[in-house]
Design a protein around this ligand. Structure first.
Ligand code: G3H
Ligand code: ZN
Length: 291
């Protein structure tokens, strides 16, 4: 059931669990995430980066595929179709294409411009019944060409952006896209705690978003949830298990046996690996049975 992400994330924040955002790249990815959510009775967010949208031949194609698959698979759990790390132009394309949620990543603009553009997009998105995420600070590393410096967010800036009416807020707290380096210092819980207290004191329980979910140790995930994180984004980890499973299938020569070269057979191990990874994350985040 396609919905915006506001209600599911407000519920998650109040219930002290998090909803996973899993980035999709194609039909197999989408089907694997949707089926796992349904099997586990979990709400879910399908994340689409601008790069992945382009790969899938545009946001219209993505929205049409997701809507049709949601129906044909008989998905009854809440599913949000969300633009991940959207530019100003990308947000408008997704609003037009029929997404249910957008992220406006204005963190690289001077704060005044970020405020002006975020205010405008909040009004447009809400007018269309969509939810909107904004980012303060910068998530480190690189994802689909979006490169972040990895600065921890300033709580006062978070308050300023959250007050514009965004439904959930991504704050940089030492998190990085991609695989964490060996010398990574871990999440800054001091920053997260300060942001959470600031927002709770003046606005209320705004669901916080943790990007760069790949490889964050379980205890840090749980602590982050206890401090207001209600949405956790995972991308690289699904790509890694998909690649490993596909490689093992080919290296074992299974593509040379019977009709193992059939793309439906060739992609099956990767599909199952994504399902297993999404299940593992939903269990860790506590969203199982929360649909
Ligand atoms: O926006 C998507 C994510 O933040 C995913 O990060 O690739 O490190 O899991 P990741
Ligand atoms: Zn991200």
């Amino acid at each position: 059931m396609l919905v915006n992400a506001k209600e599911m994330l407000d519920k998650a924040r109040a219930g002290k669990y998090a909803v996973g955002q899993f980035n999709i790249n194609n039909l197999e990815w989408t089907k694997a995430v949707l089926l796992t959510a349904q099997e586990l009775n979990s709400p879910v967010i399908l994340g689409v980066s601008e790069g992945a949208g382009k790969y899938m031949t545009g946001f219209e194609t993505v929205a049409a595929m997701v809507a049709a698959m949601d129906k044909s698979l008989g998905i009854t759990v809440p599913v949000a179709l969300h633009l991940d790390h959207g530019t100003y132009e990308g947000c408008y394309k997704c609003i037009k294409a029929g997404f249910t949620s957008i992220m406006f990543d204005g963190s690289h603009f001077p704060i005044e411009e970020n405020v002006a553009k975020t205010t405008e997009l909040v009004n447009v998105a809400h007018g269309m019944g969509m939810s909107i995420e904004a980012e303060v600070g910068a998530i480190g590393g690189e994802e689909d060409g979006v490169i972040g410096k990895g600065e921890c967010a300033d709580p006062a800036e978070c308050e300023m952006i959250a007050k514009l009416g965004v439904d959930f807020l991504a704050a940089g707290i030492g998190n990085i896209h991609g695989v964490y380096p060996d010398n990574w210092e871990g999440l800054s819980f001091e920053t997260l705690d300060a942001i959470n207290k600031k927002l709770t004191g003046s606005i209320g329980e705004v669901p916080l978003v943790l990007h760069g979910g790949t490889g964050i140790p379980d205890d840090q995930i749980k602590k982050a949830i206890s401090l207001g994180v209600a949405k956790i984004n995972v991308n690289t980890e699904c790509q890694l298990v998909f690649a490993d499973a596909t490689r093992s299938y080919i290296e074992a020569g299974k593509d040379k046996q019977g009709k193992g070269f059939d793309p439906r057979k060739l992609l099956a191990p990767g599909f199952e690996a994504i399902k297993a990874k999404v299940k593992e994350k939903m269990e860790l985040f506590g969203s199982v049975g929360k649909a």
